[in-house]
Design a protein around this ligand. Structure first.
Ligand code: DOR
Length: 423
């Protein structure tokens, strides 16, 4: 296959130039100018589009095994392809949790049968994600886990977390923190601030995240375990990360599109569609996050795609499920949040950096790499959840006009066209 006429943006070479990309047997075999199609070679016209190493979303909830009414491997990975992601890492809050090799083996069977993109499992840090007993990290890694997290829950007992980090010290997978202090959070349904007070809803203060981020970075530094902060959402957590780095720490972090672009004010109009953990924060936090993307403090863009059924997302803020779908909105929403971000940096955040943090293949178009490619364009479109492949249709981005759109994804040389216009 020849992907012809696009602007190839690959921070790993580094390359930002008009080039053609030849793919053969699932691998990038040649990048050059004005390459000729060989006899019978399919040509993908990428004129006017940007051609990047395939995007990797290191934080999604695919819900299998256990919750196929919310999402399946089939629907979640199709949503990934449509959103421009050629690989995803799936979180362990399934039923059963991804806390044992047998469960990962069962997941691998479903993935082999149904997945449309690459799927990398994240193993649980504690058994049943209950925060008490560390899992067998080496066994989980052998069964395919590329990272470890109790995402959805915080490991509240610092002694358990430290013990887990020490046990996992020689296992390559990074530890990923879901940072919300349960006691400070209480029964909150949104961020604590002027809006929660005006609406009379219980709020979770920013400091509930800050204290756990600070704690986990200290435990990471002390144990030597490699660490990553999921869906970082507060100015205070950023400051904790900067402090840790100033003292030699190497932890990484990710930010979601919703925490960059939306705030607690969104809850006034979106209601339960905007209910998420950690919650949509204050404008000051969102501004700090955008600055932190620009200045390099934030490493990774990740969606926290968290689909639920329409019934679960209906009702008031107390009853509604926490989280919403993100895969099919992310590329447009990130571009809306950070319109001036250089493309090389945009691609690094969505592709190269998650590959580095997870230690997985991809994140590059260098000759010899797997042919995982995302083709996208500067094109304004309106988010319409009715068009989602995901079963999760709730999103506070519904109806929003966003300036960047995915045209096609290529996984191991297999083309999936998102926009029919691409010939
Ligand atoms: O809003 C969220 N929903 N945050 C999480 O951390 C978990 C997720 C879910 O699984 O629904």
């Amino acid at each position: 296959m020849l992907v012809r006429g696009g602007r190839v943006v690959d921070p790993t070479q580094p390359l930002d130039a008009m080039r053609d990309v030849r793919i053969s047997n699932g691998v990038v075999v040649e990048i050059g100018e004005h390459l000729d199609a060989r006899d019978g070679e399919p040509v993908v016209d990428a004129v006017g589009a940007i051609v990047a190493p395939g995007f990797i979303d290191m934080h999604v909830h695919l819900r299998e095994p256990g919750f196929p009414e919310k999402e399946t491997i089939a629907t979640g990975t199709l949503a990934a392809l449509r959103g421009g992601f050629t690989a995803v890492a799936c979180m362990p809050n399934t039923n059963p949790a991804l806390d044992a090799p047998e469960v990962l083996a069962r997941l691998a069977e479903i993935v082999a049968r149904d997945a449309r993109c690459r799927v990398y499992p994240v193993g649980a840090i504690t058994r049943e994600r209950k925060g008490a007993e560390p899992t067998d990290f080496a066994a989980l890694a052998r069964a395919g886990a590329v990272a470890f997290s109790d995402d959805g829950n915080t490991v509240m007992n610092a002694r358990v977390l430290r013990d887990a980090a020490l046990r996992a010290a020689d296992v390559p997978g990074v530890f990923i923190s879901h940072a919300e202090d349960e006691h400070l959070k209480g029964d909150a349904v949104m961020h604590e601030g002027a809006v929660s007070r005006a609406l009379g809803l219980p709020g979770s203060p920013a400091v509930a995240e800050d204290v756990i981020v600070a704690r986990d970075l200290l435990i990471g530094a002390e144990t030597g375990k490699r660490w990553h902060i999921a869906h970082l959402s507060t100015r205070g957590a950023l400051e904790a990360l900067q402090h840790a780095r100033a003292h030699g720490g190497a932890a990484t972090c990710e930010v979601t599109p919703h925490h960059l672009l939306l705030t607690d004010e969104t809850i006034r109009s979106a209601g339960a569609a905007g209910k998420v953990n950690p919650p949509l924060r204050a404008e000051d936090d969102a501004r700090a996050l955008r600055d932190a993307v620009r200045d390099g403090t934030i490493d990774v863009f990740a969606t926290d795609h968290a689909p639920h059924t329409a019934a679960e997302k209906s009702g008031d803020m107390y009853r509604a499920a926490v989280g919403f779908t993100g895969l099919e909105v992310a590329v447009g929403a990130y571009a809306l949040a950070l319109p001036d971000l250089p493309l090389l940096r945009f691609v690094d955040l969505l592709s190269c950096a998650p590959a580095r943090v997870l230690g997985v293949a991809g994140g590059t178009l260098r000759v010899g790499s797997p042919a995982d490619v995302t083709i996208f364009a500067e094109h304004v479109w309106t988010v319409d959840p009715a068009e989602f492949a995901s079963k999760g249709r709730a999103t506070p981005f519904s109806g929003m006009r966003v300036p960047r759109r995915v045209l096609a994804t290529i996984v191991g040389g297999e083309l999936y066209r998102v926009a029919p216009a691409l010939t």
